[in-house]
Design a protein around this ligand. Structure first.
Ligand code: NAD
Ligand code: ZN
Length: 343
């Protein structure tokens, strides 16, 4: 089969021919239809310090995909060849306290698909059957390709009540833009998105943000009178990982506000600690997706009309992966989808 692999501990990727993977009695072999490129894949492409510390090479990368079941292991029940599926890419131990009590997304022994084991940028991928999630027919391939990051957005956005609340989303990357669409869909009163990049702010406008503010030119609080916001934002969805965005969010919230924090910072940084204390803020770190509560929620949101098509900016055959990675590395793209059914 064709696979997109990190062959050497250096920048770049190679499209190569390898054996179709073997699968065990509890595994599912999946024929990949579409995959999507994540920021994580860009770190791997660039071979930054995190990638060098984390990845074994050679390795097939990628973790966002939709496909069809090609074969199931002897012990697998409830999945049949031909069925359309995606999968949770965090493979957890199943034995620790968090795994056994419904919090497997924070299992300390998590193995990442396409990071620590062969991923889905290939014609076939293997996953444990318990990680596989059937995809409703109503969700098209081009959307189902990125259920994984949609799950990050849904997990973050549904962490706190949004209906009737004024919501600030810091960072209009693909996940921030999806979060804006979700906040709108579930009935937030005002949805304000900040970024430093106009192309990305335009995507936020297209999914229905009331304001998409470039913080290099405009102070977000100056929009408060127009938006009828008197005491500050009620909820923040932090989707940038940038210290300046987080400090700004702490400043813009009302006392008692809730902040769901998804963005990953590149290094430790200082926080205005006493603002958190004196404003009585609630901070919640968000990692991955709740398995499988988030998956049910996200498919239900899509089935009830959540429209994510504006988030897709590129759809390419897998052979044009360099073009796809270039779009991602430009920092202005939305989701970039690779088609594994045609070359
Ligand atoms: P992204 O890097 O594409 O988007 C981040 C955006 O933040 C960019 O558009 C950038 O221009 C913007 N930004 C930079 N400075 C800003 C500022 N001062 N104010 C507002 N915005 C600013 O990332 P993404 O793929 O959309 O993911 C969002 C974040 O979530 C990233 O930090 C990513 O690493 C992280 N992430 C976390 C998890 C998790 O499980 N916790 C999973 C996936 C991604
Ligand atoms: Zn565990």
């Amino acid at each position: 089969m064709k696979a997109l692999r990190k062959l050497r501990a250096a920048a770049g990727l190679d499209l190569v021919e390898i054996e179709t993977p073997d699968y065990g009695p509890h595994d599912v072999l999946i024929r990949v239809k579409r995959s999507a490129i994540c920021g994580t894949d860009v770190h791997i492409y660039n071979w930054d310090d995190w990638a060098a510390r984390t990845l074994p090479v050679p390795l097939t990368i990628g973790h966002e995909f939709v496909g069809t079941v090609a074969a199931v292991g002897a012990e697998v029940e409830g999945l049949t060849p031909g069925q359309r599926v995606s999968a949770e890419g965090h493979i957890t131990c199943g034995r620790c306290r968090n795994c056994r009590t419904g919090r497997a997304h924070i299992c300390a022994a998590t193995i990442g698909l396409g990071v620590q084991r062969p991923g889905c940028f290939a014609e076939y991928v293997v996953l444990p059957a318990r990680n596989v999630f059937p995809v409703p027919e109503s969700i098209p391939d081009r959307i189902a390709a990125f259920l994984d990051p949609l799950g990050n957005a849904v997990h973050t956005a549904l962490s706190f009540e949004l209906a009737g609340e004024d919501v600030l989303i810091t960072g209009a990357g693909p996940i921030g833009v999806m979060a804006a669409a979700i906040a709108r869909h579930v009935g937030a009163r005002r949805v304000v998105v900040t970024d430093v990049n106009d192309a990305r702010l335009e995507l936020a406008r297209r999914v229905g943000a009331d304001r998409a503010i470039n913080v290099t030119r405009e102070e977000p609080a100056s929009a408060f009178p127009d938006l009828g916001i008197h005491e500050g934002f009620d909820v923040v969805l932090e989707m940038s990982g940038k210290p300046r965005a987080i400090a700004q969010a702490l400043d813009l919230v009302r006392p008692g506000a809730r902040l769901a924090l998804l963005g990953i910072a590149s290094a430790p940084f200082e926080l205005p600690w006493n603002t958190i204390v004196f404003k009585g803020l609630w901070l919640k770190g968000i990692y991955g997706r709740e398995v499988f509560e988030t998956w049910y929620k996200m498919t239900a949101l899509l089935e009830s009309g959540l429209d994510l098509t504006p988030v897709i900016t590129h759809e390419l055959p897998y052979t044009a992966y360099e073009e796809g990675f270039a779009a991602m590395r430009s920092g202005t793209s939305g989701k970039v989808i690779l088609n594994w059914e045609e070359s």
